[in-house]
Design a protein around this ligand. Structure first.
Ligand code: NDP
Length: 317
């Protein structure tokens, strides 16, 4: 570790809706928050094009622009927003220690708000990533983007509870939903499987892997392969959804915080409090259920309010 140690009252780690909302509340409560943006400034919303379900934007808003607006609002109240990410923590003492960017900087904080989020998993195909990045019809969130494919035909990859839930959601909007399942069984619970099996416009393709998402500027289909017969075919679709799980960005905290088996941070129910006093969490790092910008903002607000009360109880002003 380097020699320089900076002490702050409130350190916020991560810059999605949870982190920036925590910053707005913490800054307005005079906690002088310092926010480190992490490896993907703006978080998952920077991978989205149009956000139509965040209240307050009647015409919808571009995901990256929304995160710029969040940042500006946090900075208006003098949040110190910095680029960089946490590489190590030590939550063993009453003052929490954090190392940034592999030892370039050390900090201590009276309170910490973790808002590192989760990252959607992708298949890793060149065509998938290219179309995702250009807003061409590849998405990891049916609730966010399904509406754009109303009365159209879509594909969704995955066989877990999320894929089933998202396929059911899409089936209510789209003319047809093709579920691409790589094995001959689902991983999802029986109830969820029954639900998708019972929907007339969901077609389940077992033993099916995606070779390529077709289309230059927008999705036109999926080239798939049956991994038993080797047969290749093309499924027509205008939207391609990937629901193969998320990875919470919590590894760096694993030695100190209570994580569930998937790596999400466990909180004391109804609060943002972790098992370590003074360490709070908001957003997807603790939420594998709702995963929405608005719920992340809400729990980010909770984290700031819990941190403020914690500091007040300790007499830290
Ligand atoms: P899961 O890890 O449970 O499932 C991921 C699915 O994606 C698996 O079926 C897996 O296939 C498939 N998959 C992974 N990689 C690939 C790939 N490269 N190509 C094709 N398919 C792939 O993730 P979920 O997000 O579905 O769920 C996470 C947790 O959240 C689970 O515990 C789940 O129960 C819970 N959850 C609960 C809900 C509810 O109760 N309402 C709703 C949503 C989630 P394979 O099976 O072949 O490994």
């Amino acid at each position: 570790m380097s020699e320089e140690i900076e002490h702050v009252k409130c350190l916020i780690i991560g810059s999605g809706p949870a982190g920036y909302t925590a910053a707005i509340y913490a800054a307005r409560a005079d906690m002088k928050p310092v926010l480190y943006q992490g490896m993907q400034p703006g978080g998952q919303l920077t991978e989205t094009t149009e956000v139509d379900n965040y209240p307050g934007y009647p015409e919808g808003i571009d995901g990256p622009q929304m995160m710029i607006d969040f940042q500006k609002q946090a900075e208006r109240f003098d949040t110190d927003v910095r680029s960089g990410w946490v590489t190590k923590v030590d939550f063993s003492g009453s003052v929490h220690k954090v190392e940034l960017d592999n030892g370039k900087k050390n900090m201590t904080a009276d309170s910490i708000i973790i808002s590192t989020g989760a990252s959607a998993k992708w298949l890793g195909l060149e065509s998938e990533i290219r179309l995702r990045d250009m807003g061409g019809g590849v998405s990891a969130c049916a609730v966010c983007d399904g509406f754009f494919y109303k009365d159209q035909e879509v594909c969704i990859v995955g066989a877990g509870d999320s894929a089933c839930e998202e396929a059911s959601y899409l089936a209510k909007l789209c003319t047809k939903v093709h579920m691409l399942v790589r094995k001959d069984v689902f991983r999802a619970s029986k109830a969820m499987v029954h639900r998708v099996e019972g929907m007339e416009n969901i077609e389940i393709h077992y033993n099916t892997e995606t070779l390529e998402v077709l289309g230059d500027t927008g999705v036109e289909g999926a080239k798939v392969k049956n991994n038993i017969t080797g047969e290749e075919s093309t499924i027509p679709c205008t939207g391609f959804f990937v629901a193969i799980g998320h990875t919470p960005n919590t590894k760096v905290f694993a030695d100190y915080l209570d994580l569930n088996p998937q790596g999400y941070i466990n909180v004391i129910p109804g609060t943002s409090k972790t098992t370590i006093a003074g360490v709070f969490v908001g957003g997807d790092a603790a939420d594998h259920v709702y995963r929405q910008a608005v719920t992340a903002a809400g729990t980010g607000c909770m984290a700031a309010l819990d941190a403020e009360r914690y500091l007040a109880a300790k007499g830290i002003h």
